[in-house]
Ligand binder design. Structure first.
Ligand code: ADP
Ligand code: MG
Length: 337
């Protein structure tokens, strides 16, 4: 007799959770991305103890029927891709179908959801359904994740202070709001509203809500297009800089990513106008055929691979440089080769 056995679903989900669910902000990210994928125009996030006690995300998206509500917590359960072909043309934020299974395995969840025709409430503990009952027909989803890591004491111990954990979530929510000006976001921590946007689609207004009106006013808008990519965004004039690159946001096809080369192209676009060690506050939206972007690098999908990188970098540098130079009303500077 051999020694190998296949582990049960609950154990394997708990192990997978180690990768997907690092801290409260990872839960917020997965739940809010699901709300965005569900077509919501309003998303509210309510935290207790920076999310360690509870994280609640309320959206007005498509909602789910009873069967989907139950299925959504199973591993590899997704409505977003069906076959291998889809994997190369991803237009949604999610597609792996493992976030809810992972989160559920290390927390207690109350899900209330309705697609407008039926309403259902489901309660889970450690990934097991412990109760379900009918719920009101308010279209959308209200997911409350409580006692995160209650059954993984090692991970719980690893959590930093409330301020640190909250900082991660504020940063995440700011980026999502910048990426989706058409969605009204609200982030609440106990009695404090930490972010609120109106969802009217005005990116400069979102920038003002996050970085202050004075800074938002000192930003130039840019827009450009190459054969394969379209870019647009805002960046501060060289007068307004920060000592950290953390105020630079990069979005590729609606996804917040970290991308060293794009960041460098943005900085290079300033040529010598930017003091050494100082960086702009900026937002860049990059759009291209999903075929050119490989998001399947890591479960958090924050790293991506871009094809035709040289073309994109050239586009960014030239487009941004032009508006920066205009803002400085400086004499023509020879284009960099
Ligand atoms: P993925 O997002 O990768 O598909 P998840 O585990 O995050 O996987 O979610 C599983 C499925 O549950 C989704 O594909 C979607 O059909 C459904 N779902 C999750 N959250 C919501 C929501 N807020 N509104 C509507 N459907 C949802
Ligand atoms: Mg998801």
């Amino acid at each position: 007799m051999g020694h190998i056995h296949i582990m049960d679903e609950f154990l394997s989900n708990k192990i997978a959770a180690g990768e997907v669910v690092e801290r409260p902000s990872s839960v917020v990210k997965e739940l809010v991305e699901n709300a965005i994928d569900a077509g919501s125009t309003s998303i509210e996030v309510i935290l207790e103890e920076a999310g360690l006690t509870s994280i609640q995300v309320i959206d007005n998206g498509s909602g789910m029927d009873e069967a989907d509500a139950l299925k959504s917590f199973q591993r590899h359960a997704t409505s977003k891709i069906e076959n291998e072909h889809d994997l190369f043309r991803i237009r949604t934020l999610g597609f792996r179908g493992e976030a809810l299974a992972s989160i559920a395995s290390v927390s207690k969840i109350t899900l209330v959801t309705s697609n407008g025709q039926v309403g259902i409430e489901v309660q889970l503990e450690g990934g097991h359904v412990i109760d379900k009952k009918p719920a009101p027909l308010r279209k959308g989803t209200d997911m409350k994740v409580s006692q995160l890591f209650y059954n993984t004491p090692a991970r719980l111990k690893y959590m930093k202070t409330i301020q640190t954990e909250l900082g991660h979530t504020i940063d995440l929510m700011n980026r999502l709001a910048l990426c989706y000006p058409d969605i009204a976001f609200k982030l609440r921590h106990h009695d404090h509203i930490l972010l609120q946007t109106n969802g009217r689609g005005d990116l400069r207004q979102v920038l003002a809500a996050i970085y202050g009106i004075a800074n938002a006013k000192k930003m130039v808008q840019f827009e450009g297009e190459s054969l394969d990519y379209k870019i647009s965004g805002f960046a501060t004039i060289p007068e307004i800089t920060r000592a950290s690159k953390n105020y630079m946001s990069i979005f590729v096809n609606g996804r917040w990513v970290r991308h060293f080369t794009v960041q460098k192209a943005m900085i290079d676009a300033y040529h010598t106008f930017l003091p050494i060690g100082r960086f702009p506050i900026s937002v860049i939206n990059i759009e291209g055929d999903p075929f050119l972007t490989d998001v399947n690098v890591h479960p958090s999908k924050q790293q991506i691979r871009l094809s035709k990188e040289a073309e994109l970098m050239d586009l960014i540098e030239k487009t941004l440089h032009k508006v920066i130079r205009q803002s400085m009303q400086a004499p023509e500077i020879a284009e960099k080769k």
